[in-house]
Design a binder for this molecule. Structure first.
Ligand SMILES: [Zn+2]
Length: 217
């Protein structure tokens, strides 16, 4: 479990010049997406495909929800080779997710790790229902209850009571949890090779609100 020190690091310190530059690029892409001026299929032509046939140099690893309304490359107006993407329901963590994040940070040397939650997340709603009305979640979904439930309790303990609050707290807590679980990522942050950003995508407007850093634009 992440400590409050990890959560403080996520809120304040986990930024570098390189990660801010990448974040600014993504937020500019998001602004294009919001305004409807997204480039036509950016970085998706044959030339880009050939250029990347044997190498990749993505500048960010994004962990986000699998929700069908939150496709990472579309909401940030990016293309082939731009984002190393990991998506799970409710951006929850397990060994496979941690291995994928470590691979991107150590192997691909991405300067930015971006955790992106979102508005109207079904896993938050389902966990809230379960906690309030004891509606069960079947099969392997107990891991959702465990991780999202902890975020809801953390939020309530801090006097934050709305679903919007739960979604923000969850994304921040997952980012802190990543820092607590991964030696590779912790070392990269400590030595200034990696910055961590946390955001929340608004399905109603298309915007991404940043939760742990000033607007880099
Ligand atoms: Zn979701």
């Amino acid at each position: 479990m992440s400590t409050s020190a990890d959560q403080d690091t996520i809120r304040t310190a986990a930024r570098t010049q390189a990660s801010d530059a990448v974040l600014a690029e993504l937020m500019t892409g998001n602004a294009r997406f919001v305004s409807g001026t997204a480039q036509q299929h950016p970085h998706q032509d044959a030339a880009r495909r050939h250029e990347l046939s044997s190498v990749q140099h993505p500048q960010t690893v994004v962990l986000s929800c699998s929700d069908s309304r939150v496709p990472t490359e579309i909401i940030f107006d990016q293309g082939l080779g731009d984002i190393f993407t990991v998506r799970t329901a409710g951006e929850i963590l397990d060994t496979a997710v941690m291995a994928s994040l470590d691979f991107a940070v150590e192997g691909l040397k991405v300067p930015l790790l971006f955790v992106v939650g979102h508005e109207n997340c079904g896993t938050i709603a389902a966990t809230k229902r379960t906690l309030e009305h004891n509606v069960p979640l079947g099969g392997a979904q107990s891991i959702i209850l465990e991780q999202v439930g902890l975020s809801i309790r953390t939020s309530l303990n801090n006097g934050l009571t709305t679903t919007d609050d739960f979604e923000r707290t969850h994304a921040l807590r997952i980012a802190a949890e990543i820092l607590a679980r991964s030696r590779v990522i912790n070392d990269a942050v400590r030595t200034g090779r990696l910055g961590i950003a946390v955001g929340r995508y608004l399905v109603s407007t298309g915007e991404v609100e940043l939760l742990n850093s000033a607007d880099p634009k």
